[in-house]
Design a protein around this ligand. Structure first.
Ligand SMILES: [Fe+2]
Length: 397
């Protein structure tokens, strides 16, 4: 059997994806972007800007049409420059008194990963509350906040909120609302049962674990995803705890992984987009990151590999690299005892720490119902590791 490292999501034949309508959806990162084909009555010439609303005939039943994606082939951005990240979770008040005041409620989804919060309005948080948010999310890995007004804010206000946590990432192959390239839009609409079957003819599952844009030198940290339209059932987002994935390894293997680096590549994603007449707003990059990274706020060590973007381990021969990555990917993907599943509902904002988790969408509904979300993606520090320490298990959960 071929190692899973070669079975990249980008290998899926584009027509299958298009039929399923997950051109800019599913694994919110990997299977995303590139607009559907224009309807027959549209001019044959590819316009410089494609708009989802035009693809729907100029009118839409999307609840938040201002967040529908557009793809501007004229948008070109230079390579990202280094910046100094300030980790707001570091030193934040761990009593969370400004984040979780009296009357709010927090409940664990599983023992090691995931919490759900009600009775808090994120948009009203003070700076101290935002700092505590960063720490809580680092500790719990993913937190779902219900009954939020976030989607109703002016788009710039939502961005300003997210910008507190780091420099906004502009996705290289993403569609976005006009004038707001920093907003990463996840959108699937209209796929039917037979199209779903066509997609699954080439794959066993729509699950594709990844952390977002780990090919960047400074990968995202505290990351926000909020929903506008959701199918009645389906489209949950799965999260795996990469700290616990590290902790479960034997001491000899942990020790061996320390000091190793892996190559993370954005080239396949860019090519996937190009092949389908999608946008490539910034030229793709590769970066090497440690296999084990340390979180700057909690001190926890986490595996930092993902099937979406990690291609090889530096210094190992091809077979060695593929075998070790295949083991780690399998280890992470089957760790249901350190995973959480977030069910979406209107007005939900999900916040995760992209440094210590992997996630996957589930494209499991066949009704054609719209699923529409926006992601705000603040970048964080250059991934770093701290030395192996035998039996060093931080327990922050
Ligand atoms: Fe993603």
């Amino acid at each position: 059997m071929a190692p899973s490292v070669q079975q990249l999501p980008e290998d899926i034949p584009a027509p299958s994806l298009e039929k399923l309508g997950i051109t800019n959806d599913a694994p919110e990162e990997v299977l995303q972007e590139a607009p559907k084909q224009a309807p027959k009555q549209a001019p044959k010439e590819v316009p410089n800007v494609k708009r989802q609303i035009d693809l729907e005939g100029g009118k839409t039943d999307a609840k938040y049409p201002q967040y529908l994606p557009t793809w501007n082939h004229g948008q070109k951005y230079p390579p990202l420059e280094p910046f100094t990240h300030v980790e707001h979770g570091k030193g934040a008040d761990a009593t969370f008194k400004d984040l979780l005041p009296e009357g709010s409620k927090i409940q664990k989804l599983t023992p090691s990963i995931g919490s759900e919060v009600t009775g808090v309005q994120l948009s009203k948080l003070t700076a101290a509350g935002k700092d505590q948010l960063a720490l809580l999310v680092a500790q719990r890995k993913v937190v779902a906040f219900r009954d939020q007004d976030f989607a109703d804010l002016p788009l710039q206000e939502a961005l300003d909120f997210g910008g507190y946590f780091g420099r906004h990432h502009i996705h290289p192959t993403s569609g976005s609302p006009e004038g707001f390239p920093e907003l990463h839009i996840v959108h699937r609409y209209g796929a039917t049962g037979s199209e779903f079957e066509a997609f699954l003819a080439n794959r066993n599952s729509t699950v594709s674990w990844h952390s977002d844009v780990t090919y960047e030198a400074q990968t995202p940290g505290t990351t926000f995803l909020y929903i506008f339209d959701t199918p009645e059932t389906g489209g949950d987002t799965l999260f795996a705890n990469q700290v616990e994935a590290y902790n479960r390894l034997s001491e000899p293997l942990k020790e061996r992984l320390h000091g190793l680096k892996a190559v993370h590549s954005g080239f396949e994603q860019a090519q996937f987009s190009r092949d389908r007449d999608g946008v490539v707003r910034r030229e793709p990059v590769k970066n090497e990151h440690p296999l084990v990274r340390t979180h700057p706020a909690t001190g926890e060590k986490a595996l930092f590999v993902n099937t979406g973007f990690t291609r090889s381990i530096v210094g190992l021969k091809k077979e060695e690299s593929e075998a070790l990555l295949a083991f780690l990917f399998n280890h992470i993907s089957r760790g249901i005892d350190y995973q959480a599943r977030v069910r979406w509902a209107p007005k939900t904002v999900v916040v995760w720490d992209n440094r210590v988790t992997v996630h996957s969408a589930t494209a499991d509904w066949r009704t054609g119902e719209r699923r529409h979300l926006a992601r705000i993606t603040p970048q964080a520090e250059v991934p770093f590791e701290t030395p192996y320490v035998k039996g060093d298990v931080e327990t922050k959960a």
